[in-house]
Design a protein around this ligand. Structure first.
Ligand code: MSP
Length: 511
């Protein structure tokens, strides 16, 4: 039996069109899901949309649409984005679905039963853009006298009857959770930030709203809808069939990893575990948080007009090229800058030159000089062994980095082998051996084919389409493309299809 593994993306607010920041978190979670499948796990991968709350209600009003019609439209856009980015989700959840309303109401009842809810009156600051309450001490005063949240979002003063969650009672339990599970929050900088926030003391959390109604009704409390973050976070258990203990998917809970942006770490690492503790449900194993993309050094925003649409980038540069760039260009947890120049440089240097040429040179020599069939292995020289040992060690090195979501390091490990293989081909010069020692030439080409096989197998999670082509050209059967299958050598003499370049160089179109 395969071990279950559950990975999630944040569910996206449907207040506007998807941009590259959204695509990024989804691609990262997708790489994780695909890697775990490749490594023999039974993976469940959930993504979807967050459709309630004031922010979405306002966007619907601005668009002149009823909120349900509006969310139907924008949710479909996000789904199309996921499909265009080749996100291999197993389910796509929408918080307006009946299954989610049922699940959220049940979570509410359990928290209520545990004695962690009380009715009160909220009076304080709220940022609709963040859907978050802020303490005045967290705000900055602008020259015009208005206040803004740490995220830069405007805040408004809210006064309304509200249910409260006794978050203050969870401080010790949360601190214990972080201490006992050093890997619960990643990267370390975010973990430290969360710990110091919780150590600073927790206030009870307002978890129902009464001044608008686009939300899930609070059970038995007319006029109250649930705070959108309680509603949204619950999607992760809804996806597993909560509250049905016999749901086939319940085996996936608790989640192995929630992928979230750095801006929403507090909701996931503080509120979510507290809600689950109260409801008596198991806690997720890890919250991993990504940094933000800025464009040519500037924050992406509608007003600056520099929002990057994933679809346009993919049209210009190609899907796998963009997936590769996103995973390679910056450390996962850090912020990074996206620019056409940076994408072109990764495409031309690493994909076209390093990897594309390596595969193309090796495969076209096999096609021309070995009758288009995989040459047999032969006695190994020291140089052969050094390269093959590097390739054999690669799956473990990649795995360690995947588990930590240090994707750029995983790719650097792969590229170390790619660069070593390029050094090897130059030293061994199979084109010269073709004139002097054809048998040895065959052995050299086989060492290269075996190395490229390992590389292409491990790169499948990042570049699924291109690596499928590369593995086709190496004659690797469709059922032998897992990490476990690398232990079985390819058969000598396997006929190979005519090789075709997988990564063309990007040439700037003439103006
Ligand atoms: N709806 C909430 C999440 C609820 S999860 C239970 C939300 N939605 S969001 O659409 O605003 O953001 C979703 C994700 O996109 C966040 O993880 C956020 O960090 C990420 N990004 C949005 N802009 C981004 C960049 N410019 N760069 C990288 N990621 C960014 O928050």
């Amino acid at each position: 039996m395969k071990t279950p593994y559950y990975v999630t993306t944040p569910i996206y607010y449907v207040n506007g069109a998807p941009h590259i920041g959204h695509a990024y978190t989804s691609v990262a979670a997708d790489v994780m899901a695909r890697f775990k499948r490749l490594d023999g796990y039974d993976v469940f991968f959930l993504t979807g949309t967050d459709e309630h709350g004031q922010k979405v209600e306002k966007a619907a009003r601005d668009a002149g649409l009823d909120p349900q019609a509006f969310t139907d439209q924008v949710s479909a856009d996000f789904k199309a984005m996921a499909d265009a980015m080749d996100i291999s989700y197993d389910d796509y959840i929408r918080t307006t679905e009946p299954r989610h309303k049922l699940s959220t109401a049940e979570l509410w009842r359990r928290i209520d039963k545990a004695g962690d809810l009380y009715l009160g009156h909220y009076e304080g600051w709220y940022a609709v853009r963040d859907e978050a309450f802020y303490d005045e001490s967290e705000l900055t005063k602008k020259p015009d006298g208005s206040f803004v949240a740490p995220s830069g979002a405007p805040v408004e003063w809210v006064r309304e009857p509200s249910y409260f969650f006794r978050l203050s009672a969870f401080q010790d339990r949360l601190l214990q959770l972080y201490e006992k599970n050093p890997d619960f929050i990643a990267p370390t900088s975010r973990r430290n930030e969360v710990i110091s926030f919780v150590k600073g003391g927790l206030m009870d959390l307002s978890i129902s709203r009464t001044t608008f109604n686009w939300g899930i009704p609070v059970p038995d409390a007319p006029g109250h809808v649930m705070y959108v973050w309680l509603d949204a976070l619950t999607n992760y258990v809804t996806g597993c069939g909560f509250p049905d203990p016999n749901a086939p998917r319940w085996k996936y809970w608790p989640a192995d990893v929630h992928f979230v942006g750095k801006d929403i770490i507090r909701f996931h690492a503080v509120y979510w575990p507290a809600f689950l503790m109260s409801a008596g449900l198991p806690l997720p194993r890890r919250i991993t948080s990504n940094g933000w993309w800025v464009v040519d050094g500037e924050k992406m925003s509608k007003s600056l007009g520099n929002v990057i649409e994933p679809r346009k980038l993919v049209e210009t540069f190609g899907l796998d090229q963009i997936r590769y760039f996103l995973m390679r260009e910056k450390p996962f947890g850090a912020d990074g800058s996206i620019s056409h120049q940076a994408i072109i440089s990764r495409m031309n240097v690493e994909l076209a030159n390093d990897l594309g040429n390596l595969a193309q040179r090796s495969l076209s020599m096999i096609a021309r000089n070995c009758g288009g069939a995989l040459p047999p292995t032969g006695p190994r020289t020291e140089d052969d062994t050094a390269l093959l040992d590097g390739a054999t060690a690669l799956p473990d090195l990649v795995r360690v980095n995947m588990e930590r979501q240090t994707f750029h390091d995983a790719l650097e490990e792969v590229w170390r082998v790619v660069r070593a293989a390029n050094g090897y081909i130059d030293r061994q010069a199979p084109w010269a051996l073709n004139k002097t020692d054809k048998v040895r030439m065959g052995h050299v080409l086989r060492v290269l084919a075996d190395t490229v096989r390992v590389v292409a197998t491990l790169l499948q999670p990042v570049m699924p389409g291109s690596m499928a082509k590369m593995l086709d050209q190496l004659g690797v059967p469709a059922d032998a493309r897992t990490i476990a299958a690398l232990a079985t050598p390819l058969s000598d003499g396997t006929p190979l299809p005519a090789p075709q370049g997988v990564f063309p160089r990007y040439v700037e179109p003439a103006a």
